[in-house]
Design a protein around this ligand. Sequence first.
Ligand code: GDP
Length: 464
Amino acid sequence: NDIADRILRGVETVQGGVHEALFEPVIRLGVTGLSRSGKTVFITSLVANLLDRGRMPQFGPATAITAAYLQPQPDDTVPRFDYEAHLSALTSPEPHWPESTRAVSELRLSFKVRPAGLLGGLTGQKTVHLDIVDYPGEWLLDLGLMEKSFAEWSAEALQAARDRAEGEAFLAVLDAADPSAKQDEPTAKSLAQSFTAYLQSARAAGYSDCTPGRFLLPGELDGSPVLTFAPLPAGEAPRGSLHREFERRFDAYKREVVKPFFRDHFSRIDRQVVLVDALGAIHSGPKAVEDLRRTMADILLAFRPGRVGRIMSLLGQHKVEKILFAATKADHIHHNQHPRLTAIMEALVRDARDRADFAGASTQAMSLAALRATVEETMEHQGQSLDVVRGMTEGGKQAAFYPGELPEDPAHILSPARKGAERWLDAQYEIMKFRPARLTLRPGEGPPHIRLDRAAEFLIGDKL
Ligand code: GDP
């Protein structure tokens, strides 16, 4: 009896699981991008606009959404995306930007929907869950490390450090060290610290490829041996030497840090948005753009069907169906420049697709602002009319800026032969640091944005 009872209960739980899977579909939406690309602002504004069915005219699923609400997420050990704190930063009387993404986090938004038309009355409501997973793009780039040995990675990382002015100090520290000597922790630490400092300044200078990703965003691993290594030139690696130990830590990093992230988070994503601060890279100059272009191809590689599964020897990785590449912060430029920004994103995606030899998800490129902080104006300046954007500066003053122009043909920015002289967005882009505008939202109104509704439509519109 007892056994029969247990079997029955087992069947019930299985059915319970099946029930949820069948009748309550779950969409896992990954949101990524390099640090400061705008992930936190994007998720906060997206959720606020979806919850209140705010300013989303272009978001038009076939169903009628009768309710949208936040729920406890399914993964108990993943930090929750702190939506309320981020929204209150943006909407407080002294609005300020929320704290940026430092690690993976998750938020579940659930919808009650009713099929439109006659069918609606017949089938009734259903519930669809949207699990938003926020994670640093830096971690995605680590996928490339999985296929490299310590020697291969070192050779590439050292070459990059030599090519960038920011690498000088680290290379000097490295020069003074003897990697074949017996390993001691102070030397290991000082090498790792100057390597990390170099990666951080390279990132600040606009370079995208700054792996290993956790060196920039270490989370709870800060100071652990798995992050205390640096690339070393080829040479002797006797037992007990610093070289041997760094090699071992590099392998541990792949095994203990990179692999679990792909297994537990990445491999479960259905839809993905990759946010790109393309304006920032363009402003930083040709080297930063070239680096971004290569990085986009690396990112797309991770979405190549079957690749992650093969590298990580995982079974049954499901496929990412759609990927949106979005240039963020488009409110920094006048809307008459937006088509040019979108064309640049489109060219980047096309190029990345070609390089990644990629035939998988459907992709789209777009330019958007998750939280619009400016208004547009046309000003007379020395007999010319200039299209400017006006907003509240970090210093608390209203000011109008002319950011400069983007080229009409993306090839002017993206062709690798270009090697430099031309610069774009060179006018006042550097000094344009806006605060979020003061918001007075009426009930049912979401924060102002540019094309966030179109992004939502592409990513999830067909699933509701
Ligand atoms: P994350 O590191 O990817 O989470 O980046 P955040 O979402 O924290 O954004 C980084 C910074 O970019 C913010 O603090 C803002 O200064 C700026 N930013 C992000 N989104 C927008 C936007 O839509 N408009 C404007 N003007 N600035 C933005």
